[in-house]
Design a protein around this ligand. Structure first.
Ligand SMILES: *Cc1c(COP(=O)(O)O)cnc(C)c1O
Length: 386
């Protein structure tokens, strides 16, 4: 086997930890604590309790009968992360990491947020566990997402606008890392996607793997067999890696990640180091991370988790892009046919599933991961369609 594959925190050539020594010390300690508690029976029981009683798991694997008929091909099943408390998969990870923070004796939780969705999930978990919560957010983003800032404040969090740099997500990440290095003794950095230096991608996957743990059991109960394909959207890659996790060792199951055609990290990225880890990154002519734009704020990131980078290069997973028009179409079609308004991010997966379905037969099965609900996007879609 490739030497690096055996090394902790590497997925093939991707992943690792490329950070200054003082931050490395903090991350190594975090890694040690994560591995220690991950398999601890009491920790597992507490996680199970909150996922059930607070998040509302397990959520259904819904057979989309009308959509299946409309598309005229394979059976379409929807994994309903949209039904979780706070309306998306992000809460799975926020609860998992906060339980770890509690075990580690942290009193303060810090996080960064771009559009505000991860900030809201973090502030929610902090309210319930009575933890101090500091959310760093680019000043520009606080203006564009004023309602999410208010949501976080309602939940008791302090939102710190970051004016440095361009006042965007990257600048907020830098501030949060600075804070962590200064305050690591009582502070836990709660990262929102399957990105960043080790152990974050491994840890986030661990907490999101519940998605495929459930869907695998559910599809076998309903259909007596595994699906032929699992489709999920990819921003940083956390809902997709969670939706894929328990199928990675099942070669009959196609795994397909879907990106916006305006932020195609996996379809067009090259190996590079970004935010302290190696992955496929979209670079501009000067070799800098490209400015991306997506109508779905949660998919607007020039990099992608290291494990997806490896799954792509090794050929185990496939990655595709869809256009804004296809996404808007899928957003409306799912609403009309199933009575489910999906998040714009999730609508990417639905849009690609439609193309895929046209190449498959009626005796086959696709699971689409519905990462979140669309309430947050209704006004934006209204403006775009008007
Ligand atoms: C944040 C978000 C995403 C993108 O993040 P991943 O880490 O790629 O999963 C996708 N869907 C929804 C609903 C989100 O809130």
């Amino acid at each position: 086997m490739d030497q690096q594959l055996q090394q902790e925190g590497y997925f093939g050539e991707f992943g690792g930890s490329f950070v200054p020594p003082e931050l490395q010390e903090v991350l190594s300690y975090l890694s040690e604590q994560f591995y220690k508690f991950r398999d601890d029976p009491e920790f597992k029981e507490e996680l199970r309790y909150y996922l059930s009683e607070y998040v509302g798991r397990e959520n259904p694997l819904t057979y989309a009968e009308r959509l299946t008929k409309a598309w005229g091909g394979p059976k379409i099943y929807l994994k309903r992360e949209d039904l979780n408390h706070t309306g998306a998969h992000k809460i799975n990870n926020a609860i998992g990491q906060i339980l770890l923070a509690k075990r580690m004796g942290a009193k303060r939780i810090i996080a960064e947020t771009g559009a505000g969705q991860h900030g809201v999930a973090t502030a929610t978990a902090c309210a319930m566990f009575n933890m101090e919560c500091i959310i760093y957010m680019g000043a520009e983003d606080t203006r564009r997402q004023a309602l999410n800032v208010f949501r976080m404040e309602l939940l008791g969090a302090t939102v710190v606008p970051v004016h440095k740099g361009q006042g965007r997500l990257k600048d907020a990440v830098d501030e949060a890392l600075d804070d962590l290095v200064r305050n690591y003794k009582n502070t836990f950095y709660l990262l929102g996607s399957a990105v960043g230096p080790h152990p974050f991608p491994t840890m986030v996957k661990h907490f999101q793997a519940i998605i495929s743990e459930e869907s695998k059991r559910q599809i076998v109960e309903k259909e007596g067999r595994l699906p032929d394909a699992v489709v999920a959207c990819t921003g940083g890659g956390s809902n997709a890696i969670g939706a894929f996790a328990h199928y990675i060792d099942e070669p009959s199951v196609r795994l397909i990640g879907v990106e916006p055609d305006q932020a195609p990290s996996l379809t067009q990225g090259v190996p590079s180091i970004i935010h302290g880890f190696k992955c496929l990154v979209l670079l501009d002519e000067e070799g800098q991370p490209k400015k991306t734009y997506s109508i779905a704020a949660g998919l607007d990131y020039p990099g992608i988790g290291p494990e997806h980078s490896h799954l792509k290069v090794s050929g185990r997973a496939e990655y595709a892009t869809v256009t804004n028009e296809e996404v808007l179409e899928a957003f409306q079609e799912l609403s009309r046919t199933e009575g489910i308004i999906p998040a714009l991010e999730s609508a990417h997966a639905v849009a690609y599933a439609k193309q895929l379905a046209s190449t498959m037969s009626e005796d086959q099965i696709i699971i689409v991961n519905l990462s979140g609900r669309g309430d947050k996007d209704v006004e934006q879609v209204y403006q775009m369609l008007k």
